[in-house]
Design a protein around this ligand. Structure first.
Ligand SMILES: [Zn+2]
Ligand SMILES: [Zn+2]
Length: 351
């Protein structure tokens, strides 16, 4: 099969023939129809993910068609239109059996701990547990574009924060996952405040449905500004960036008993942050939880929102490219990624 591969970190991807993957006995072989290009792929490519072993094929936001199933796969057959979360669970450990494959100790992370979907075919192990059937009305490109940022935001709001209609929510950082969180929170009937330091990000936040926007550079303390605006603070606050400032602003935005969700992945100097334990956790009794990925079992309610039209993701895809352009698109993510998603939608040589 053809795959976009890198032999060394930070070196250009090359598209070349590699051996076709085998179908796992309990899995399915998926012919990739679309794959998103994400900042996390850049992270893997630049050598910042300890799971990545060279040479490597990135790509974790995929959708496609099942072309083969293993003898132990019961729920899928050739021709099924599918997607999969980027964290694949083992399906048998207590965490997976409890419905929580995103914390599985034996997880297989597509495009990180194994080769990803910048390729013609992707083997998906334990398909009955990990594959997700797509509605006929949902395009492969949109399903791929939802694969990481949208699903991560949905898991954080619907399952970790348990956001309810009518509640206030603040979203700190209007990058890809932040904009997804704004659109989902609006669709869930929450009242949304977007906080960012860039004017263009706040414009995108407004376009995604944010009811209020706060320029963090124009107010003394963004947490105080959110609490003033809401008469005491938001019920739910999200750090969609993972840096010390947005974490602090997020927990300071909360009302008593408020729930903070950490969605942005902290790296470098931000992995350990100060926490006002007495003022916020003990006295105001806030809750702090983390969120990473989304289990396959949580796709149906998200897909239903898209099918019903209550969550409009039509502006999500910014650019469609061929496999040969994946390396350039990946390298460009060094800079601010913006809200739109680039999707690879052609994998074979044009004839
Ligand atoms: Zn497991
Ligand atoms: Zn991603």
């Amino acid at each position: 099969m053809r795959a976009a591969i890198f032999e060394r970190f930070n070196q250009p991807l090359t598209v070349r023939e590699v051996p076709d993957p085998a179908c796992p006995p309990d899995g399915a072989l998926v012919k990739v129809a679309a794959c998103g290009v994400c900042r996390s792929d850049h992270h893997a490519w630049s050598g910042n993910d300890p799971d990545v072993v060279l040479p490597h094929v990135p790509g974790h936001e995929l959708a496609g068609i099942v072309i083969e199933t293993g003898p132990l796969c019961r729920g899928f057959r050739t021709g099924d239109r599918v997607t999969a979360p980027f964290i694949l669970g083992c399906g048998t450990c207590p965490d997976c059996r409890g419905g929580h494959p995103t914390i599985c100790d034996h997880q297989h992370v597509v495009g990180f701990s194994a080769w990803g979907a910048f390729a013609e075919y992707l083997p998906v192990p334990r398909a009955d547990f990990n594959l997700v059937r797509l509605p006929e009305t949902l395009s492969f490109e949109l399903a791929a574009a939802m694969g990481c940022r949208v699903t991560t935001a949905f898991q954080a709001l619907a399952y970790r924060a348990r956001l309810r209609a009518g509640e206030w929510i603040a979203i700190h950082g209007s990058g890809g996952v932040g904009i997804s969180a704004i659109a989902i929170a609006c669709a869930m009937g929450a009242r949304v405040i977007a906080v960012d330091i860039r004017a263009e990000a706040l414009d995108l936040a407004r376009a995604a449905g944010a009811h209020e926007v706060i320029d963090a550079t124009a107010v003394g303390d963004p947490g105080d500004a959110v609490r003033d605006l809401t008469g005491g603070g938001v019920h739910v606050s999200v750090d969609a960036l993972g840096i010390t400032d947005t974490f602090r602003n997020s927990i300071r935005s909360l009302r008593k008993f408020g729930r903070h969700v950490q969605v942005g992945m902290p790296v470098g100097p931000h992995v350990t942050v100060p926490l006002p334990l007495l003022e916020l956790v003990y006295s105001r009794q806030i809750a702090i939880c983390g969120s990473r990925g989304m289990p396959a079992a949580h796709f149906p309610p998200l897909l239903a929102m898209v099918e019903a039209g209550s969550l409009d993701l039509s502006s999500l895809i910014r650019r469609r490219i061929v496999l040969e352009e994946a390396g350039t698109a990946l390298a460009a993510l060094d800079r601010y990624s913006g809200a739109g998603i680039t999707v690879i939608d052609r994998f074979t040589v044009a004839t």
